[in-house]
Ligand binder design. Structure first.
Ligand code: C5P
Length: 184
């Protein structure tokens, strides 16, 4: 979705910066690109670059937890059971307003399997977003690992459904709506 959004931003005639974890996708033409591997690296890249940005759309499905420790070497299977200890990763979207001091238009994503609109509205308020794109990821054929998507655009004033379409068309609508918030 991030790649489709970056392409759509270029299509609308604006500069685009894409910060992405590993994928097999081609970076759309004319898009500035920063490659990251971990949630921590993405947090730092966003923090360092957000100063020059008017509209930030945060759509990455960032891992919410990471292992507390990791091994440089192969872990031998000595024990019958193994507990994995996890800790929270930094909440990038939740850091944008207070920690990073971002004053531009902020668009977040909410991937939910239940209570889609309530979850999105909670995120809108808690994270100081101007818009949240709500994605029901329990539906087959849309969202993660699919070329199609179907989303709701949730704003303070109300919500609007974007019917099932290619990720590129959905991205174009999201970008157009986000840009329209700049001039409101
Ligand atoms: O996973 P969830 O639906 O809660 O994510 C909502 C939003 O938070 C998305 O915009 C996602 O990019 C962002 N996020 C983040 N930092 C994380 C996890 C998610 O900014 N560690």
């Amino acid at each position: 979705m991030g790649y489709a959004l970056a392409g759509a931003v270029r299509h609308e005639g604006h500069e685009a910066l894409l910060i992405s974890g590993p994928t097999s996708l081609d970076v759309p033409e004319g898009v500035d690109f920063v490659s990251v591997t971990t949630a921590q690296q993405m947090y730092e890249a966003v923090r360092d670059m957000v100063g020059g940005v008017d509209v930030a759309i945060l759509c990455a499905a960032v891992a919410d937890y990471r292992p507390v420790s990791f091994s440089e070497q192969k872990i031998k299977k000595d024990a019958e059971r193994m507990e994995l200890s996890l800790e929270r990763t930094p909440d990038i979207l939740g850091s944008m307003r207070q920690e990073f001091g971002f004053g531009g238009i902020l668009v977040g994503f909410a991937a939910e399997t239940q209570n889609l609109l309530a979850g999105a509205r909670g995120k809108l308020e808690a994270k100081g977003c101007d818009m949240v794109v709500a994605n029901d990821v329990s539906q087959p054929g849309v969202g993660f690992d699919a070329s199609m998507n179907e989303v709701w655009l949730v704003r303070k004033e109300g919500e609007e459904k974007l019917e099932r379409d290619t990720k590129y068309h959905i991205a174009l609508r999201i970008v157009q709506e986000s840009l329209s918030l700049v001039t409101r």
